[in-house]
Design a protein around this ligand. Structure first.
Ligand code: SF4
Length: 483
């Protein structure tokens, strides 16, 4: 039946519902009957229906032994999935201060308004402005995190002005984002942000009662003040200039629908259902705030159903985690979500310039430093980027995030979409190369990939269209900024 001898290519499988999910080395997938999977595995492809044989070939499960182009096609498909790593760091997170008016129990890093010691020096700040241009990336995002950066708007302003001055020579495309509670936002700040096209990211944990419980401030009006800030930002900067995300605390678990409805009421088109981070102060408060992985999964599933409910009624709302996972599954082009890249994007596509004078490979790494574990420092601010990239820490991050080197991942059906997270492993076990399957990162993502493959398997054409739309890159303003 075959014109040429067929060779079976590497592939991995996993049971999803009534069928077996098979994933090829290019990241293409098929849902197969168990008997068809067995035939593929045993090289009895010619026994399969012609239509299925064609699909297997198109999705890189098989190739004609003489097909010279197959190898390069596979390599180019794999390269497209890792394209963002070759550009150099494109996301530069600057932490001007840890000062914040909130005293959230789950916050990893913030310090009181009186604590002026946790603020970057002017010298380091100006050095950062120069350093970001050492990246080869054409498009750079400079994101200010805290604490609350608007409490030191003088520093944020100075950095934006200096970077724009330097960019007259460098001619990059630069996008600025500030992650803030927005409590300090006023018309004067808005005028500057508008002039320099700065985007805002904030936190909304849910309805007023939940948000104010999660995020205490002296007047117990954190929600009201953030919502006022959102209104001001929309008025002066445009409706889409501000995005929001939430953190799932123990208190949030009972309100999946109310949280989703809150985002609809506030007119957001994206919601990011984030589990509680295991880093830093949040880890110390685990007994008070923590919950089991299964509790988050149940919460996520209910919230996801509510999001679908709204979409079916014509209200567009995208869940950002879903968008990341669906991008991995449905799109040939990777959006570059750092935590799921192999080798890791931490330090390679992201750099964090912290108030303490050091450069870290990710936001989580600088949070870990606040608990006393400074082992992920890449070097001091001002160290050439090429030196940071060659540092012992960066090399360890890379070697601990290679799917091919980790037995757990090498056997995993999701290895083309996922990767071990060495920073999570360091936070959980004190070593970057802890077996991936033992990490919370791995358990969460196996569940998420299972969840979305189940949804894809069951989806009608309308739902598949929605999933493909969600698989498009998340808008920059709606990225993943912590506040
Ligand atoms: S981290 Fe876990 S889910 Fe991800 S590829 Fe490795 S084994 Fe698979």
């Amino acid at each position: 039946m075959e014109a040429y001898p067929i060779e079976v290519q590497p592939h991995w499988s996993r049971r999803i519902g009534a069928k077996s999910l098979a994933v090829s080395a290019s990241g293409d997938y098929l849902f197969l009957e168990e008997t068809d999977l067995l035939a593929l595995r045993e090289g009895r492809v010619s026994e399969l229906p012609l239509g299925l044989q064609a699909k297997l070939k198109a999705r890189q499960f098989t190739k004609a032994v003489t097909a010279l182009g197959s190898e390069s096609l596979l390599l180019s498909r794999q390269a497209a999935r890792h394209g963002t790593l070759h550009e150099g760091p494109s996301l530069h997170i600057v932490v001007p201060t840890l000062q914040c008016a909130h005293s959230c129990q789950y916050c990893q890093v913030s310090r009181s308004l009186l604590d002026t010691g946790h603020t970057i020096t002017k010298e380091d700040l100006l050095s950062v402005c120069e350093s970001i241009f050492q990246s080869n990336a054409r498009a750079l995002t400079v994101e200010f995190q805290g604490g609350d950066p608007l409490l030191r708007f003088d520093l944020v302003k100075a950095a934006i002005i200096r970077i724009k001055e330097l960019n007259r020579v460098h001619q990059r495309s630069i996008r600025f984002v500030i992650a803030s509670t927005l409590h300090q936002l006023d018309k004067e700040i808005c005028a500057f942000l508008r002039e320099h096209h700065v985007l805002l990211s904030t936190s909304i944990d849910g309805p007023s009662s939940l948000h104010n419980r999660n995020r205490p401030v002296p007047g117990r009006d954190a929600y009201e003040r953030t919502v006022r800030g959102i209104g001001l930002a929309r008025e002066y900067l445009g409706f889409d200039a501000v995005s929001a995300l939430m953190t799932t605390t123990k208190a949030s678990l009972s309100f999946p629908e109310a949280i989703v409805d809150e985002y609809v009421n506030l007119g957001f088109e994206d919601i990011f259902l984030r589990p509680l981070s295991t880093y830093g102060f949040a880890k110390r408060n685990q007994a008070l705030l923590g919950y089991e992985v299964i509790e988050f999964q149940q919460f996520y599933a209910k919230a996801f159903s509510r999001i679908i409910y709204w979409n079916k009624r014509g209200v567009p709302l995208r869940e950002v985690y879903a968008s990341i996972i669906l991008n991995k599954i449905l799109s040939p082009f990777d959006t570059g979500y750092v935590d799921l890249q192999s080798p890791t994007g931490a330090g390679q596509s992201v750099l964090v310039y912290n108030y303490d004078g050091y450069v870290y490979p990710s936001d989580e790494a600088r949070m870990l430093a606040e608990t006393g574990d400074v082992s992920l420092r890449l070097g001091k601010i001002g160290t050439p980027m090429s030196v940071l990239q060659k540092s012992v820490v960066q090399q360890a991050l890379i070697s601990s995030s290679l799917v091919a080197e980790m037995p757990d991942c090498h056997a995993c059906a999701y290895q083309n979409f996922c990767a071990p997270n060495p920073i999570d492993a360091q936070a959980q076990f004190g070593r970057m190369d802890a077996p991936p399957a033992s990490t919370e990162h791995c358990q969460r993502h196996i569940w998420l990939f299972d969840f979305f493959f189940q949804r894809i398997q069951q989806a009608d054409p309308e739902m598949l269209d929605l999933f493909h739309a969600w698989a498009q890159p998340v808008k920059e303003a709606r990225r993943l900024c912590d506040v």
